[in-house]
Ligand binder design. Structure first.
Ligand code: APR
Ligand code: ZN
Length: 359
């Protein structure tokens, strides 16, 4: 039995229901959630921007304790603290073997299989295969990243999406070097983590861009040296802060053609725009045939921060322990499972950083 926030249809309300979890398969694990962050991708799954089968339990940024393991599970044991991984690599497909586990072709498999049944016996699906807006969930063992027991689970949850994605985009995809200039566009949990990634990478000028003035304080706490609202003049303002050239790197953390375009225009000749935001397939980006070669810029798409959670979570934990990564600063609100609608409104309006559901 699990208590979960169930979304019955696109744009529907979230209603807390009791569900019956499906029996564990031999390679599955049952996790009792301690905390789950609300990410923009949850909104995108709820409004149809990203594909989702319904009824669904969303939530893919969770951490908790293993309470049951299938017969063949060797990687985690009952009592272990784990962070959920919403794109678990199979370790055997072409991409995994090529060292790109964030592109694993089997990472979506768990999304197509129901993880629970409702009181009428109907199948219920886990958003991004994790279903973390529930007191308990069932996932594959490879979707569980063990973390040390002394790491608060509320902070650990953030590693599962915002931090792996945002910090990874800067360190693994963009590969920002010390002294370089970085622009981060969009300051939700992902963008704020990207700012911290820029600070960790030793970036020089770090420009944070967001329409919400209230984000400035948060951005500066994460390492931003400048804060600008989006505008027609943004590229010009950034050139003024970067020796007249434009930034070495821009990290787009919104997921719209307009902001991808802004990231591209913010970079110098030869610079790199890294796109983290997951937007709509209908939102078309336009670049002129002249500018691509002429400015010799690079446009990089980045899934899940181009990370391998098995490698990158321990690195992030080192940063955390050394005081370089501030996880608690990323959390600005807490809600109970019954108040997720309120949290979704906050994400839609671009307020705060992360809202955490506490169980
Ligand atoms: N320019 C800059 N920032 C913008 C703009 C704009 N034109 N429009 C919106 N924003 C800001 C919002 O004010 C908000 O602070 O982008 C931020 C987005 O934050 P969240 O909605 O909290 O999104 P987050 O969870 O951080 O995810 C960002 O990464 O993983 C993907 O699907 C996810 O596309 C989403 C992106
Ligand atoms: Zn997410």
């Amino acid at each position: 039995m699990t208590r979960a926030a169930v979304l019955r249809a696109l744009d529907g309300p979230l209603a807390v229901e009791e569900l019956i979890l499906n029996p564990l398969g031999p390679t599955q694990v049952r996790v009792r959630l301690a905390a789950a962050g609300v990410c923009h991708s949850d909104l995108s799954l709820a409004d149809g921007t990203l594909r989702q089968q319904f009824p669904a339990v969303l939530g893919h940024e969770g951490a908790g304790t293993v309470v049951e393991v299938g017969a063949d599970v060797t990687t985690v044991a009952v009592g272990d603290h784990v962070v959920l991984n919403w794109s678990p690599p199979c370790r055997s497909c072409w991409f995994c073997e090529a060292g790109e586990p964030y592109l694993c072709v089997r990472a979506d498999d768990a999304r197509a299989v129901p993880f629970a049944r409702d009181s009428s016996g109907a199948d219920v699906f886990a958003g991004l295969g994790t279903g973390a807006f529930a007191t308990e969930t069932v996932v594959g063992a490879h979707a569980c990243i063990p973390v040390p027991a002394d790491l608060p689970l509320e902070e650990a949850a953030l590693l599962g999406c915002a931090v792996l994605t945002g910090v990874g985009a800067v360190t693994n995809a963009a590969r920002v070097r010390p002294g370089q200039s970085v622009v981060v566009i969009g300051l939700g949990g992902v963008g704020l983590a990207a700012l911290q990634g820029a600070r960790i990478a030793g970036a020089g000028t770090i420009v944070a861009v967001d329409p919400a003035p209230a984000k400035e304080d948060l951005a500066r706490r994460m390492g931003a040296t400048h804060f600008l609202p989006p505008s027609e003049k943004l590229a010009k303002e950034i050139r003024a802060l970067t020796g007249g050239r434009g930034a070495d790197h821009a990290i787009e953390c919104v997921g719209r053609a307009e902001t991808i375009r802004a990231a591209w225009s913010a970079t110098r000749r030869g610079g790199t725009a890294t796109v983290v935001g997951l937007g709509s397939s209908k939102d078309q980006l336009s670049l002129s045939a002249l500018e691509v070669a002429y400015f010799a810029r690079t446009l990089v798409g980045c899934m899940y921060g181009s990370t391998d959670p098995a490698v990158d979570v321990p690195i992030l934990l080192d940063h955390y322990r050394a005081g370089r990564l501030d996880l608690s600063a990323l959390v600005t609100d807490h809600v109970g499972l019954g108040d997720l609608d309120e949290a979704f409104v906050r994400v839609r309006e671009g307020r705060g950083a992360r809202t955490l559901v506490r169980f």
